[in-house]
Design a binder for this molecule. Structure first.
Ligand SMILES: CC(C)(COP(=O)(O)OP(=O)(O)OC[C@H]1O[C@@H](n2cnc3c(N)ncnc32)[C@H](O)[C@@H]1OP(=O)(O)O)[C@@H](O)C(=O)NCCC(=O)NCCS
Length: 159
């Protein structure tokens, strides 16, 4: 398996995996919209665009084996602001790791996370942050196993 930067030609597969991810996390949070979740031209184009012209400091990588994309990883280098209040000016943020649900539990997520750490270290960062939906037990176990400690808590209510 190799881990490489995502290419525009990965857009269809990223769209499939991204939809799979959204379908899953929509079970844990009320905010997602599922009606338009399909692998259609518009959604593929949106993925292609985000790979071609990513936001500043946003990186998408894929894990590929025998020409097939099995998983993807989104990383961000974030800045604390206003800078003068922080001794840590920048940190790594794992936006998401998504492994095809047919092949979970085989260490692919772990390899992507190890890659993320190397990437952040190469960028001279000293901290990495993540957030996950508390009802996502699989995700929660994965982050705890990787030694993340609770730092803050995000909450939601309907108004
Ligand atoms: C979380 C995720 C990335 C892990 O990837 P993976 O390739 O399946 O995981 P790995 O095989 O590398 O790691 C296994 C670890 O995940 C957790 N895990 C694996 N299977 C699990 C299960 N059925 N239930 C709960 N936790 C489980 C455990 O901590 C496990 O460690 P262990 O093997 O020592 O018990 C993957 O499940 C996924 O894509 N989930 C949907 C997207 C998501 O929630 N991403 C995380 C938030 S962005």
């Amino acid at each position: 398996m190799i881990i490489r930067k995502a290419k525009p030609s990965d857009a269809r597969r990223l769209c499939e995996l991204g939809n799979q991810f959204l379908r899953e996390i929509s079970m844990y949070s009320p905010i997602y919209k599922l009606e338009k979740l399909s692998v259609n031209k518009k959604n593929i184009a949106s993925w292609r665009n985000s790979v071609k012209k990513p936001e500043k400091n946003f990186y998408t990588f894929v894990a590929e084996e025998n020409g097939k994309v099995l998983a993807y990883l989104e990383l961000i280098i974030k800045e604390n602001w206003p800078k003068e209040y922080f001794k840590v000016k920048k940190y790594g943020w794992v936006e998401c790791i998504v492994v095809d649900n047919k092949i979970r539990g085989k260490g692919i997520g772990q390899k992507l996370f190890d890659f993320a750490i190397k990437f952040f270290k190469k960028n001279k960062l000293k901290f990495v942050r993540i957030s996950f939906l508390v009802k996502n037990e699989y995700g929660a176990n994965f982050w705890k196993k990787n030694k993340f400690k609770e730092e803050s808590s995000e909450m939601i209510r309907k108004i």
